[in-house]
Design a protein around this ligand. Structure first.
Ligand code: OSB
Ligand code: MG
Length: 371
């Protein structure tokens, strides 16, 4: 049956994170992003969150590039085609190269709308079976080791199941050694966001003494060749993030032995339909996956919770609770983590209500597109 889309609304928001978040590529605290709202002729509303940043330092996409692609290409595709299922979108969008975050924001809203029309939770619509999911936390680069150790202690006390630490040259092996000494049994991993090259092999090999769960994206952001060379030299499993933009990339990386684990970010791979395909392929090939994060507000976070209910999301993801990032989130209730676990909502769609008042308070522009 056709999904009768009546109009699409883009809400442009500004939200300030409680703490600045520092990675090897830069520091973020004020987050601009957008929400896609898809409304059908029966009065249902589906929501998706754009995860592009305002600066193209994680991938090439930006908020402005996303809005241009959505307005000039993706909305016209929705106008010109009959959509019966959210899986119809990926092949239509795939005729356009790249711009995965823009595609995922629209597709996510249609998935939520579809699940609401069917009266099922989004997790169930995606084929997920878990009723609760394990989560870890990603901690940005801290000004001092003392502050880092305090942060880790603080988040472990809240029950998070693993600690991910951002690293960059000069903030790596020594820092991780200190952390390992203070927390001998905690599941710890490191994320370099492409800050190293093969010239750093000797340094990266020192990580093997620290019993890390994995090292995420040590090398160049599109690379799978050098990562394969590095993985042969390292005992620590490599997890790819930035390098995986599609099922095709995942297949090639696995074939080459470039990684032993994959971080799936729905925005980075162009949506939930492609995420499921990557998940299934990894499952068939014995590669565990986990759900990455893009410092999302509640709507994107709810989508991450839903996809994580698929069986091969074996490792704890970066989908921490709302309160780790925001004084006030844009959903009711907020995403809550208890004992390192999020209970998957059971109401239709994303399962969290959009807090209209909060949405309006953070909104600086509203764009409307009739179908
Ligand atoms: O590499 O996973 C990453 C945040 C911004 C950009 C890239 C990354 C991250 C994180 C934080 O690690 C994930 C989160 O807490 O949402
Ligand atoms: Mg990463």
């Amino acid at each position: 049956m056709t999904i009768p889309i009546k109009n699409i609304i883009i809400h442009r928001l500004n939200m300030r994170m409680i703490d600045p978040f520092a990675t090897s590529f830069g520091t973020m605290q004020d987050k601009e992003f957008y929400i896609v709202e898809v409304v059908d002729t029966d009065g249902n509303h589906g929501y998706g969150e754009g995860v592009a940043f305002s600066i193209p330092w994680y991938t090439e996409e930006t908020i402005k590039s996303n809005l241009a692609i959505i307005e000039d290409f993706l909305i016209p595709i929705l106008r010109d085609n009959v959509i019966e299922h959210p899986n119809d979108l990926f092949p239509l969008f795939d005729r356009l190269r790249g711009n995965n975050m823009a595609k995922a924001a629209i597709e996510g809203a249609v998935w939520d709308l579809y699940a609401k029309r069917e009266g099922v939770p989004l997790a169930k619509a995606l084929g997920g079976k878990k009723t609760e999911i394990d989560v870890g936390i990603s901690i940005g680069i801290q000004p001092s080791i003392r502050e880092l150790l305090n942060k880790i202690e603080h988040f472990l006390a809240q029950g998070y199941k693993r600690i991910k630490l951002k690293i960059k040259p000069g903030h790596d092996v020594d820092m991780l050694r200190e952390v390992r000494k203070a927390f001998p049994d905690t599941p710890i991993m490191a994320d370099a966001n492409s800050a190293y090259t093969l010239d750093d092999i000797a340094l990266l090999k020192q990580l093997d003494d620290l019993n890390l769960m994995m090292i995420e994206q040590p090398l160049q952001h599109h690379d799978i060749i050098d990562h394969a060379k590095l993985q042969k030299e390292l005992q620590t499993p490599i997890c790819l993030d930035e390098s995986i933009h599609s099922l095709y990339d995942a297949q090639k990386a696995i074939e080459l032995g470039s990684c032993k684990i994959i971080n799936i970010k729905v925005g980075r791979v162009g949506g939930l339909s492609e995420s499921i395909k990557i998940h299934d392929y990894c499952e068939e090939h014995g590669i565990p996956v986990w759900c990455g994060g893009m410092l999302e507000a509640g709507i994107g976070r709810a989508h991450n919770v839903a996809i994580t209910t698929l069986a091969n999301f074996i490792l704890p993801g970066d989908t921490a609770g709302s309160s780790r990032y925001w004084k006030k989130d844009i959903i009711k209730p907020e995403v809550v983590v208890e004992n390192g676990v999020i209970k998957v909502p059971t109401s239709p769609g994303i399962g969290y209500e959009v807090d209209e008042e909060a949405l309006e308070a953070f909104r600086f522009e509203k764009l409307e597109f009739p179908m």
